[in-house]
Design a protein around this ligand. Structure first.
Ligand code: GLC
Ligand code: MG
Length: 553
């Protein structure tokens, strides 16, 4: 084993959407003590780092991604004592806590914004992005925010507009202001001192604003998507190098940036020794089925070859320097068993297939809660059953663009963020064992079979498979430190690759189709079968079968 590797390269990371994980006090909302109670479950699939979605004090306009105080825990999730106990209890199991830093914007209830918006000449007047109206009184640019509507909101007190990439309750911070930047670095350092093992940097590609000018309208509303104007623009890396120097240097923590707008080719500037983060989440493979990321109704057919190519490119670009965070789900994305496979595919097979890919690619797997159970999307037919503000806004956007209610609803079924946010399914009992109260969001109907307790008893379940994968990864170290090589590139049914270190080579074969598929036996010559999700016959993979082989080199 190459012992220059860092702890976070060798472990499994797990994302917790706190409000949906486990409710310890019966108020229907998951909380920090709930996480502490479930640490053994997390350990059982190998988790060594827990990325917590924001638990800071927040009015919850965007479920915590609107922070009112970077130094306080929101009452709904518990207290600072609960947080310290969680860090301590996790630490005893060799698990570290990773905080979500929302540094592109704050809540409009944050005292910083309240002060900034009160006048044009207060000490924080320049901490957010303020601009005068156009001569006709309209917004400074025609940018459409990521959650719909204009990205500018008028402020009476200042007689100016402020910019918000997301909701109007999430005003964007002005990174050009050094005092503001210092305030953010101080907040991050506070969490390092508390014992955080790392940071996930929210929406970080939007922090540097380019020139403020109109873009070409892309839909009937006369606006253009803000993402196309402000993501990953010139100068952003200077800010992030400063962040790295001020917050990370000298601390044994890792950073992973949410890097919408960063392509595989940009990776060398973003990750590794010369880059700004240890890892970045790229999104190419999760938006593979969309023609246009800003319109959920326009889906496209994709091929396995395209998916393999995207992943292989990222593997290549992080081979020498930097590291890859492997993910197929998060709290903003559909459930992978619903996303990548037809609705009649067996979720136990496809859940194990993606799990195998996650644990055998080169990088740190980021498992999203419930993925280890094979949880599926929900398809509610009443838009009022949904909670996510971006889902509701997107539905309205589609209707206003002339799509039928049925088309808009289908789009919601595929892409609503609530599919990932339904409560975690712990048992076959009431409320799936998530809460003794009334759950804040409806529970997925599939919980009687799809839950941690039942799956623990079933050796063929997705959960049992993740547990086996975690042991496999520890015992066969080429899965951690080996190099990646894609094989059978032109095959549009099987994703196949090898992982090789000085002593061993693993061969991973994944059948992405619902049919049995043959392959050339030579590729596993001299190799022994380590694990398979179906009855394996040499030279042939069963529908959705995942198989891992190994040979000495
Ligand atoms: C990120 C988060 C998402 C949030 C947005 C605004 O994309 O993952 O949940 O709504 O940023 O903070
Ligand atoms: Mg609770």
């Amino acid at each position: 084993m190459n012992d220059t590797m860092k702890w976070w390269q060798k472990t499994i990371a797990y994302e917790i959407y706190i409000r949906s994980f486990y409710d310890s006090d019966g108020d229907g909302i998951g909380d920090l003590n709930g996480i502490t109670e479930k640490l053994d479950h997390l350990k059982s699939i190998g988790a060594g780092a827990l990325w917590l979605t924001p638990c800071y004090r927040s009015p919850q306009a965007d479920n915590g991604y609107d922070i009112a105080d970077y130094y306080e825990i929101d009452e709904m999730f518990g207290t600072m004592d609960d947080m310290e106990r969680l860090i301590h209890e996790a630490g005893r199991r060799d698990i570290r806590i990773v905080m979500d830093l929302v540094f592109n914007h704050t809540s409009d209830r944050n005292p910083w914004f309240i002060e900034s918006s009160s006048s044009r000449d207060n000490p924080k007047s320049d901490w957010y992005i303020w601009r005068d109206a156009k001569p006709d009184g309209s917004a400074p640019t025609n940018w459409r925010g990521i959650f719909g509507g204009s990205a500018w909101t008028w402020c009476e007190a200042r007689q100016q507009y402020y910019l918000h990439t997301f909701l109007k309750e999430q005003p964007d911070l002005n990174w050009e202001n050094p005092d503001m930047r210092n305030a953010l670095y101080d907040a991050a350092s506070y969490w390092v001192k508390k014992g955080a093992g790392g940071f996930r940097m929210d929406a970080v590609t939007y922090i540097k604003k380019p020139e403020f000018r109109d873009g070409v309208p892309d839909y009937g509303d006369g606006m253009c998507a803000i993402h196309n104007m402000t993501a990953n623009t010139e100068g952003i890396l200077d800010f992030l190098h400063e962040f790295k120097d001020r917050v990370q240097k000298g601390n044994d923590i890792f950073t992973v940036g949410e890097a919408n707008g960063v392509s595989a080719a940009d990776l060398p500037l973003w990750v590794g020794d010369k880059g700004v983060f240890d890892m970045v989440f790229e999104f190419g493979h999760v938006v593979i089925d969309l023609k246009d990321e800003t319109n959920w109704a326009e889906r496209r057919d994709w091929t396995l070859k395209e998916l393999k190519h995207l992943i292989s490119e990222s593997q290549k670009n992080t081979a020498e320097s930097g590291w890859y965070p492997v993910f197929f789900e998060n709290h903003d994305q559909p459930r992978c068993v619903s996303h990548y496979f037809p609705s009649d595919a067996d979720r136990k097979m496809t859940g194990r297939l993606i799990g195998t890919l996650m644990y055998t690619l080169r990088g740190t797997p980021f498992v999203y809660q419930g993925q280890e159970l094979g949880m599926q999307n929900v398809s509610w037919n009443d838009i009022n059953d949904y909670n996510d503000i971006s889902t509701k806004n997107h539905y309205d956007f589609l209707i206003s663009e002339g799509y039928s209610a049925q088309q808009a609803m289908e789009a919601v079924h595929h892409f609503s963020r609530d599919s990932a946010r339904t409560p975690m399914q712990w048992t076959a009992g009431k409320n799936a064992g998530f809460t003794t109260g009334i759950p804040w969001l409806k529970i997925n109907d599939d919980y009687p079979e799809c839950n941690a307790a039942s799956e623990s008893e079933d050796m063929t379940s997705v959960l049992s498979w993740y547990r086996r994968l975690s042991v496999l990864r520890d015992q066969h170290r080429e899965l951690i430190d080996g190099s990646y090589l894609e094989i059978m590139k032109d095959n549009d049914q099987i994703f196949a690759f090898t992982r090789r270190n000085d002593t061993h080579e693993a061969v991973i074969l994944l059948n992405f189709t619902g049919q049995a598929v043959s392959y050339d036996k030579e590729i596993i010559e001299g190799a022994e079968l380590l694990i398979t999700s179906a009855d394996h016959t040499k030279g042939r993979l069963q529908p959705y079968e995942a198989a891992v082989f190994e040979r000495r080199v």
